[in-house]
Design a protein around this ligand. Structure first.
Ligand code: IPE
Ligand code: IPE
Ligand code: MG
Length: 229
């Protein structure tokens, strides 16, 4: 079975550039090319939701110049690709706190999400200024404001950025790091984890296929004794 929801920690842009003796931004630029390819590949493979970790709440610790180029690239990606994403029936959603961005950028991103909001073929989530702990705190704050005193799992899920979407079946991390770096902590409770040494700019359709093949061999038991296939 093809996983319905795949989440990816796109890591290794900096190392890719370093290997080639290039500035880090070149790695990010190549990383955006990979995003384009993988979005199309995932859509073609029949995946329903793809969540990409693009900028974490901890990435603010990076040099200002790197942050600036990352935002420039993300904005350019959305601008350039919006038409095609829309034509392919892709719905864009941003996970994260956009209020830290300049107002015009925030408006532009929200606009792009609105333009694609009626699309149902495929959902593309981009996690931007995203942190899972911050997402949970935000959910608790909203619940408290609404006077919800006895939250259930369904209620908590409904206040997360991913509301209405199934949890990731498969979590991929590139560049070999064995950690989750504050990504979707609630939603990955039972995700299958796949780590590859490939650096994100080198990640291809074939690597996505390999991750899915590995996923298909897993036995998911969800705490029980038997796996459902
Ligand atoms: C991932 O690549 C992209 C972002 C976190 C924005 P990195 O920039 O983390 O690359 P490495 O880990 O330094 O190689
Ligand atoms: C995780 O990568 C965040 C994104 C891919 C956006 P990092 O490179 O920031 O993670 P750490 O610092 O190695 O944990
Ligand atoms: Mg990294």
């Amino acid at each position: 079975m093809i996983p319905g929801h795949v989440a990816i920690i796109m890591d290794g842009n900096g190392r890719w550039a370093k290997k080639k003796s290039l500035p880090r931004v070149f790695g990010h630029r190549q990383g955006v090319r990979t995003i384009k390819e993988i979005v199309k590949a995932a859509n073609g493979l029949g995946i329903k939701v793809l969540t990409l970790y693009a900028f974490s709440t901890e990435n603010w610790k990076r040099p200002r110049s790197e942050i600036k180029s990352l935002f420039f690239l993300i904005r350019q990606f959305i601008r350039k690709e919006l038409g095609e994403l829309n034509d392919l029936g892709i719905r864009l959603r941003i996970l994260g706190d956009l209020s830290k961005f300049p107002e015009n950028v925030e408006t532009e991103i929200r606009n792009a999400c609105m333009i694609t909001s009626q699309n149902t073929k495929f959902e593309l989530n981009i996690a931007l200024n995203y942190g899972a702990r911050q997402e949970l705190i935000r959910a608790f704050e909203i619940m408290s404001k609404q006077g919800i005193k006895k939250p259930t799992e369904e209620i908590v899920s409904s206040f997360l950025y991913t509301c209405g979407q199934s949890d990731p079946d498969l979590l991929i991390r590139t560049s070999g790091e064995l950690r989750v770096s504050n990504f979707l902590l609630w939603q990955i409770a039972y995700s299958e984890i796949y780590v590859t040494n490939k650096l994100w700019p080198d990640f291809t359709w074939n690597d996505l296929r390999a991750a899915i093949t590995a996923f298909q061999k897993r036995r998911r038991r969800f705490g029980g004794l038997y796996s459902k296939r």
